[in-house]
Design a binder for this molecule. Structure first.
Ligand SMILES: Nc1nc2c(c(=O)[nH]1)N[C@H]1C(S)=C(S)[C@@H](COP(=O)(O)OP(=O)(O)OC[C@H]3O[C@@H](n4cnc5c(=O)[nH]c(N)nc54)[C@H](O)[C@@H]3O)O[C@H]1N2
Ligand SMILES: Nc1nc2c(c(=O)[nH]1)N[C@H]1C(S)=C(S)[C@@H](COP(=O)(O)OP(=O)(O)OC[C@H]3O[C@@H](n4cnc5c(=O)[nH]c(N)nc54)[C@H](O)[C@@H]3O)O[C@H]1N2
Ligand SMILES: [Mo]
Length: 765
């Protein structure tokens, strides 16, 4: 029975007893008691597996608690370790066209895929296929076309070992067409950091977070997406740190935290986290950080000795800020000058400041310039390469940072010549396609084979209709997956589509030389092992390493693929000889807790830029202009989803239960637009090429910044224009879409244009 959509009051704190209950409930319904106990006790423990939830680091082994996971980590594990199965019988029963009418929530709930499946041209169903036949078919399709006619996508859950072999496979095939989820995620962070401090990774460790005096959390909702970060914030807070939250929404997790790992947190009032909430307008952060920079300079708070010894570009920056247009700042941010002055005082008083950020900064048009502005303020105060201070982009997928380190990148990494030497394989030199470029190329008929190592390309990418049509427009799609998702069920009539089911993190991986472990890198450059302990969901499953290798053996037969599969230590040997920072890999990763990769700005205040200096940069304040009667829509995550995997239909902290087609709007904007809470509207996105429509969302009057709205990803992806991307990083502007709200036409319901999720919503309205 579909639940009805209900809207209640948002929560004022995160986790505590309800969090524990929700996490356990998810485990118990999908896994039963024994598996729940077996898996949850192994998450993030030495010798156990890395939580497939987020990339927030674990404390050192000596400080680790027995329950080093959170409610949402438990849900992520339950989703993978579920006892439900998607079998050949399931596919015989359900035509692909019928599956395509189901919601993402329903698709994900069907369970783990047990058998390699194929859909032939003209067929209405997936049918089983033997592994060897599947690999033969992919290899023949790849061989039939120029290397650049193939695209190899990666999602960030893939281990270092699998990712490393996969990029080698793509490059041995002859292409750098290696788009990944990072292109839609932290690409902007990488671009901003490489061009300013010379390395695209964050500069802090978990100890720094604990030791910080001021932590600024910008464009991030850790209570839902990185719940273990709240433990670190609480720790810092107890040590006397102040916290500023910069966010259009008053996210519960940032306001107050009840630590479920402590008795006091289960029942008590918990710890108040944010000392100051700046309820910024979407896209206002660049202006905010310029204003803070300008006030800091005026107050004489610049760290002149650091600026002189280690940076370039300060004079231009100071001159630029001398001409700061305060009216533009106040319009862009929606804040008062007094609020910005209060924040600046906290910056000025702090001897150790960390700025953390996530998708609220990376998915806007000026994302790269905005993150550079954050860098400016940190350089100004000398807050890099200093205990308790630094830059902290908080990554999403649990190994997305590791995948990039391993060469999952549409550009050839600097160490590629070393890999060429080690393998005797000539590497392609030309830049490949990123995610948005890959969609365009598929749309235009330039791509023949699309392969994905994990992820859900169809649902995660922008402009859903365009992306789905693009995917249907290639001859062969190959999805290496654990669970059924949208990307499998939009297969085109004339297309061949393969689903190759693989082991998940929680499962035992036994190869010819015995049980294997893999490695991952967290958001703070710590590399450690991960080993599952559950029996595989099906005897037919192969590991990702094995899948890549068996295909590799057909594409580049001179390489020792079967040795690599038999013993993952041999993959790590090749990584050690190819990738900087990995010498002695095997021995280092054997130490409990793993090891931290070198990072010159963090370790020694040295900057691997061309001139060895960190760079101040100058950017204009020119926020996206929103015409009258329009709102700036951000698309975000509910508390009950992992990207395109929908765990449930609730968003507890924001007071939503039983539905996802909601749009959050400020009550004053509603009044101005002549709309009311509870009304059903279509969201229409306006972009140069055409309009895009997402039908039938329930308006929720909500405390968001004026002029801004919010709706959930991936339901709202249909609204994100493919060509609306961030300058320099080409990341879709999923947080900045110009929309208008139109009262929904009543006949939309009877015409069937509405998903079942929306119909249940109807009943409530
Ligand atoms: N449980 C769970 N955990 C996850 C994920 C998940 O889906 N579920 N996804 C994982 C992945 S891949 C990622 S990348 C991370 C995502 O982690 P987040 O970045 O926290 O995810 P979002 O839900 O996109 O939240 C974006 C936040 O930025 C704010 N925001 C939006 N626009 C702006 C702006 O212009 N300025 C500012 N200052 N704030 C803004 C929003 O109000 C929201 O609080 O989480 C990872 N962890
Ligand atoms: N509008 C909008 N769009 C967005 C975003 C947004 O905020 N707004 N966020 C963007 C971001 S930050 C990201 S990272 C992307 C996410 O994009 P993706 O990483 O492509 O998407 P996911 O939903 O994380 O992928 C889920 C699928 O991965 C598969 N899977 C799970 N575990 C494993 C495994 O161990 N191995 C393999 N092979 N497969 C596995 C399952 O089949 C599951 O269905 O979406 C982006 N899209
Ligand atoms: Mo992400």
């Amino acid at each position: 029975m579909a639940k009805k959509l209900r809207v209640g009051d948002p929560k004022k704190s995160a986790a505590g007893l309800p969090g524990v209950g929700h996490g356990l409930a998810a485990g118990l319904t999908q896994m039963g008691v024994r598996r729940t106990a077996l898996t949850l006790l192994k998450i993030n423990q030495p010798g156990g597996f890395d939580c497939p939830g987020c990339a927030w680091p674990e404390p050192g082994p000596e400080q680790r608690s027995h329950a080093e996971f959170c409610e949402n980590g438990a849900k992520a594990v339950a989703e993978e370790a579920t006892l439900r199965r998607v079998t050949p019988e399931f596919f015989a029963e359900h035509a692909i066209a019928d599956l395509a009418t189901q919601t993402d929530h329903w698709l994900g709930k069907q369970g783990r895929i047990t058998t390699p499946m194929i859909k032939f041209p003209g067929s209405a169903h997936y049918a089983p296929i033997a592994w060897d036949d599947a690999f033969g078919l992919v290899a023949r399709s790849l061989a039939a076309h120029e290397p650049d006619r193939a695209v190899f996508y990666t999602s960030g859950r893939t281990s270092n070992e699998a990712a490393f072999l996969y990029q080698l496979l793509a490059r041995a095939h002859g292409t750098n067409n290696l788009p990944d989820c990072s292109n839609m995620c932290h690409e902007s962070s990488g671009a901003a950091l490489i061009s300013t401090i010379g390395i695209g990774k964050g500069t802090v460790t978990l100890d720094d977070v604990h030791a910080a005096r001021l932590i600024v959390v910008v464009g991030q909702n850790p209570g839902t997406n990185h719940p273990r970060m709240l433990t670190a914030l609480e720790h810092a807070k107890r040590n006397g740190a102040r916290i500023i939250a910069v966010n259009p929404l008053p996210e519960a997790g940032l306001m107050r935290f009840k630590n479920p790992q402590k008795l006091s947190g289960l029942a008590g009032r918990g710890t108040a986290l944010a000392d100051l909430h700046l309820q910024i307008r979407v896209g206002g952060d660049l202006a905010l950080f310029q204003a803070i920079g300008s006030l800091l300079i005026e107050a004489g708070s610049a760290d002149t000795s650091f600026i002189e010894s280690s940076t370039a570009g300060y004079d231009a920056y100071r001159t630029h800020l001398g001409e700061l247009d305060w009216a533009a700042v106040l319009t862009a941010t929606g804040l008062t000058r007094a609020e910005i002055e209060t924040a600046t005082k906290l910056f000025a008083q702090s001897s150790a400041t960390i700025v953390c950020w996530a998708m609220g900064l990376t998915q806007g048009r000026d994302a790269v310039a905005t993150i550079r502005e954050v860098v400016n303020v940190q350089l100004l105060r000398g807050m890099i390469g200093k205990k308790g201070a630094g830059l902290c982009p908080v990554r999403g997928h649990s190994n997305v940072q590791g995948d990039r380190t391993m060469g999952i990148w549409h550009e050839p990494p600097s160490w590629l010549p070393r890999l060429a030497d080690a393998t005797g394989v000539a590497m392609p030199a030309e830049r490949g396609l990123d995610t948005v470029e890959a969609i365009r190329a598929m749309r235009d008929g330039e791509i023949k084979v699309f392969m994905a190592l994990g992820g859900n390309f169809a649902a995660a990418s922008p402009d859903s209709d365009v992306t789905e049509a693009a995917l249907r427009n290639v001859d062969l799609t190959v999805h290496v997956s654990t669970k059924l998702n949208r990307s499998h069920v939009i297969a085109g009539d004339e297309q061949t589509s393969l689903i190759l089911p693989c082991l998940g993190r929680t499962e035992r991986d036994v190869q010819a030389t015995g049980e294997q472990f893999v490695t991952v890198e967290d958001s703070m450059s710590n590399v450690h092992s991960s080993q599952g302990n559950l029996p595989p969901a099906s005897p037919l499953l192969l590991s990702e390493v094995a899948i890549v290798s068996r295909l590799g053996a057909l594409i580049a037969p001179t390489l020792p693929w079967s040795t690599w599969t038999a013993d993952y230590r041999t993959v790590r040997e090749l990584i050690a000889t190819s990738v900087p920072g990995f010498d002695g890999f095997e021995a280092k990763v054997a130490t409990p807790g793993g090891f931290t990769l070198p990072h010159p700005p963090r370790d020694s205040r040295s900057f691997p830029t061309a001139d060895g200096l960190a760079h101040f940069t100058v950017s204009p304040i020119a926020p996206v202009e929103v015409p009258p009667g329009r709102l700036l829509l951000q698309t975000l995550r509910s508390h009950d989803q992992y990207n395109t995997t929908i765990y449930g239909l609730d968003d507890r902290y924001r007071g939503i239960t039983g539905g996802r087609r909601v749009v959050f709007v400020n009550p004053d904007d509603l009044a101005e637009l002549g709309l009311r809470d509870g009304e059903i509207v279509d969201i229409v996105s306006e972009w140069a090429d055409t309009e895009r429509r997402a039908p039938r969302f329930r308006i929720v009057s909500y405390d968001t910044a004026r002029g801004c709205a919010a709706a959930y990803f991936p339901e709202a992806n249909v609204l994100v224009p493919l060509d609306s991307t961030a300058a320099e990083s080409n990341t879709p502007t999923s947080k900045q879409i110009i929309v208008r709200l139109e009262r929904a036409a009543l006949d939309a319901v009877s015409s069937g244009a509405v998903s079942s999720d929306a119909v249940s919503l109807d009943a409530a309205s």
